[in-house]
Ligand binder design. Structure first.
Ligand SMILES: [Zn+2]
Length: 836
């Protein structure tokens, strides 16, 4: 007891001492003098960094003041976050370099082009992109950025002059402004005057969903390749504008750890990354080791993390001729916490990040020509190995999905071409304006290959993140890998989404459901209280085929007269970029427009369960999909108050994946009563267990029997790791006549799966509208036992309960906002769930 008291006393004394004494000197190198005309962070914030968690608005204020005071810094706004916070970029270099910055940039880019041999790399500055705290609740990065920016503006002497002469620094002080702001609020509002280091204090236990993610709860450090979020778009544009030689990504990890810098686990490097990349990463690491030795900080390298998924900030550069570096600092989460290594203070975490930021710049100067030569060779080698031919992708019935994939390619400076003329191959038709051609032989060919390849064999069986992301599969597009370049039409400078068209009718309008934005258009109709029906069978009219799920809008008996309806539909088609066909008659080949096989579509009101226990990413993806893609209002119901809500106005409730138990038995009963009264409940992934235990649905799970043999104690974690499905792509058969598959034109669909929930197929085949094929692996890693188990199981189940419906997806159909190909499955559940 006494020793504990003493320890507590000692801790509080040191913390108090640190608080009293905390000054910039704690962070800054001693052997440097500073220009007193440059304002310190304290001058603007009112405190020394580390005393409080900087809010994003204050960080912005300081960076602006600094840029004004220093001729080494140019500041610009790269873009805006969802919450309209500025995404800042500080370009930091010598005033002489600033005067000829555009020429420097052009020369630098020329390194990646043909005739790059003419450049003397000894005369070129090296370009370094330093990015901080992409996870908002890993704040030591952005707080260290205050000090690093001050140092770069104010330090004086030969060393800094040499650095600024030979380096262009692209300084991004906060990669996730909305998350940083959210976390700063939490840590600051819970801080005690006498800092409490008890890890159980509320200060260290952030409220759901936490500050890690952006506004829609996305992990932005997975979006460097898909580029679906505004923060990524701005940053990727800067990346491609400059092609930096090093890119650093400052993070935090568990509080009991020390400090990690890359390289990560060598066997888990993506095979498309050149071996020299990892060697250079290691050489850069030597600079970090030396700098951390100097301040006595513990660290480690090569034992954790990896460079496999190119959608992470520290791996994306590796497929772009650059070196990505991940830093992970043990997190104090709030202001100071007891840990295995003693009390870990916030200032200490900031100092390590600041130190690593400077050692990165030391490495950049020390290895400058080596890095520039590496980049030149990366592109030169790619050119010499250049493969012939081109990729063609498209969907003859949905121009929008193909457009959005082309859009991603364009964001990565990949050249995209129109199709020269329509053609068919292997039973697939590629139509102009619905398809794109991408020649393989181009500057970004390695990045292109990394986005389009399918891979099913791997050196390692463990992955820090997903093992597959093949884009044409994620978009569910028809796709040819070995097309002739004679398919190339005009090169596309700026992409244009097809314009929506409506032909006027006094009888009715038809809309195909294949189009990506068809649900958006339907929602607009329902919002206007217009009547619409869905075709349960295909038919033809005026020589045009209409598939399952076609939407019919009669002219008669609507709230709008014929002219008003046409005007309104013109607006709908324009906003959703799709075609509405006016028809003069109800007589068709197949079901007539007055047939009972046209089912009425009811107006929906959708709720989404969120809060403690629900996976924020999965919930956020659904919120983002409804709100930003389909313009459908979705009510976020917090699980903590669930049994107090009046649910009667909702037609659909979505239960995203959850861990542990998000809903109590009382909540379950409340939900079940609502379903029985006619509601449609749509659950994802772990909802399967909840459904089964609370008797919403009876599920036969298929279990994989596996015991460890010849697995040592040391290897046990790898053994368990390899048993998971971290994220791979699998093929399922589709029964196109089932409403869950309306709007899909093929009989198979690629699904993203990152769970080991295997569900036996129903004995009646019509109850298995989606079913994994016999050998379902399309791309990514899965072990043999899981693959055997997965074959012919079902990713979807539906049953009736009272007057309502219960729907289950074992897989995430909305993964990271780039799985466009499966978004319609959820929309079908929403609009047609009551016709299943
Ligand atoms: Zn992180």
């Amino acid at each position: 007891m006494r020793s504990i008291l003493l320890l507590v006393l000692f801790t509080s004394i040191t913390l108090q001492a640190q608080k009293d004494q905390l000054s910039l000197d704690y962070y800054l190198p001693e052997d440097v003098t500073y220009n007193t005309a440059i304002p310190t962070p304290e001058d603007v914030l009112g405190y020394v960094p580390g005393t409080w968690h900087v809010s994003h608005d204050k960080l912005v204020s300081y960076m602006k003041v600094l840029a004004k005071a220093s001729d080494r810094i140019h500041i610009e706004q790269q873009g805006l976050t969802y919450e309209d916070r500025p995404l800042l970029l500080l370009t930091i270099t010598s005033p002489e370099n600033h005067n000829r910055l555009e020429a420097i940039r052009q020369d630098h880019l020329a390194l990646t082009e043909t005739a790059s041999e003419r450049l003397n790399t000894n005369e070129l500055p090296v370009v370094v992109y330093q990015g901080f705290s992409i996870h908002g609740n890993e704040p030591s990065g952005s707080n260290a950025a205050l000090i690093a920016a001050y140092y770069l503006a104010a330090a004086q002497g030969p060393k800094i002059n040499e650095l600024l002469k030979h380096t262009v620094i692209l300084f991004d002080p906060s990669l996730n402004p909305d998350g940083l702001q959210r976390f700063a609020y939490w840590a600051n509002t819970n801080k005690s005057k006498h800092i409490n280091t008890d890890p159980q204090d509320r200060e260290y236990d952030e409220v759901w969903p936490g500050g890690r993610t952006n506004h829609y709860w996305f992990d932005m450090n997975r979006d460097w390749l898909p580029v679906q979020l505004p923060e990524s778009r701005a940053r990727i544009a800067t990346f491609h504008k400059w092609h930096p030689n090093i890119l650093t990504d400052h993070h935090e990890m568990g509080s009991n750890s020390s400090f990690f810098f890359q390289p990560g686990i060598p066997s888990r490097t993506h095979p498309l990354t050149p071996a020299l990349n990892q060697e250079l990463t290691k050489n850069i690491g030597n600079y970090h080791a030396k700098a951390l030795d100097n301040i006595g900080s513990l660290y480690y390298t090569e034992e954790d993390y990896d460079d496999f998924y190119y959608g992470k900030g520290s791996t994306f550069p590796d497929i772009n001729g650059s070196i990505g570096i991940l830093f992970e600092q043990a997190s104090s989460r709030g202001h100071a916490q007891e840990t295995d290594n003693g009390v870990l203070t916030f200032p200490f975490t900031i100092r390590n990040q600041f130190t690593a930021a400077l050692s990165t710049l030391d490495a950049a100067v020390g290895m400058r020509t080596e890095l520039l030569d590496y980049q030149r060779d990366f592109y030169k080698t790619a050119r010499s190995k250049s493969t012939k031919g081109s990729y063609v992708f498209g969907n003859e019935k949905d121009a929008a999905s193909a457009y959005h994939l082309a859009e991603i390619l364009k964001r990565h400076n990949i050249d995209v071409y129109e199709l020269k003329e329509n053609f068919s191959e292997n039973g697939k038709t590629f139509k102009k304006a619905h398809s794109y051609v991408v020649p393989k032989n181009q500057r970004q060919q390695r990045l292109l290959e990394a986005m389009f390849e399918t891979r099913t064999t791997f050196q390692d069986s463990l992955f820090y993140d997903i093992s597959a992301w093949t884009f044409p599969l994620a978009f569910n597009l028809d796709f040819i890998e070995e097309a002739s370049t004679s398919r190339l039409g005009r090169k596309i400078d700026s992409l244009e989404m097809p314009k929506g068209v409506v032909t006027k009718s006094n009888y009715g309008y038809l809309m195909q459901w294949h189009h990506y934005y068809a649900p958006k258009a339907l929602q607009q109709l329902l919002d206007k209280d217009l009547r619409a029906k869905v075709a349960m069978k295909p038919f033809s009219l005026n020589g045009k085929d209409y598939d399952y799920g076609s939407i019919f809008i009669p002219v008669q008996n609507q709230e709008l007269n014929s002219t008003e309806l046409f005007t309104f539909l013109s607006d709908v088609s324009k906003k959703s970029h799709l075609t509405l066909t006016g028809v003069p008659t109800g007589l068709t080949e197949g079901i007539d427009l007055g047939s009972r096989q046209f089912k009425p579509i009811s107006k929906t009101k959708v709720a989404l369960l969120v809060g403690e226990g629900i996976t924020p990413y999965d919930a956020g993806e659904i919120w983002h999909l409804f709100d930003t893609r389909y313009a459908i209002n979705i009510t976020k119901l917090d699980v903590k108050n669930f049994n107090r809500y009046d649910l009667s106005s909702y037609t659909d409730i979505i239960l995203p994946n959850s861990w542990g138990r998000a809903l109590t038995p009382k909540d379950a009963q409340h939900l079940k009563d609502w379903v029985k009264d006619g509601g449609t409940l749509i659950g994802f992934k772990n909802a399967a267990r909840f459904y089964n235990s609370e008797k919403f649905m009876s599920i036969k799970f298929k279990r994989v029997e596996d015991t460890a043999s010849n697995i040592s104690f040391e290897d046990r974690n790898n053994y368990f790791g390899a048993k998971g499905i971290g994220g791979a792509i699998f093929e399922a058969k589709q029964d196109r006549s089932h409403p869950i598959n309306f709007g899909y034109k093929n009989t198979t669909i690629p699904l993203f799966r990152n769970s080991t929930i295997f569900i036996e197929a129903d004995k009646d085949s019509y109850n298995n509208p989606l079913q994994y094929t016999k050998s379902p692996l399309l791309s990514g890693y899965i072990n043999d036992k899981n693959l055997d188990a997965l074959a012919e199981t079902v990713p979807f189940k539906h049953n009736r309960l009272g007057s309502g419906h219960v729907i289950l997806f074992t897989d995430n159909t909305n993964f990271r906002a780039f799985w466009y190909g499966t978004n319609k499955l959820l929309m079908n559940a929403i609009f047609f769930g009551n016709h299943m």
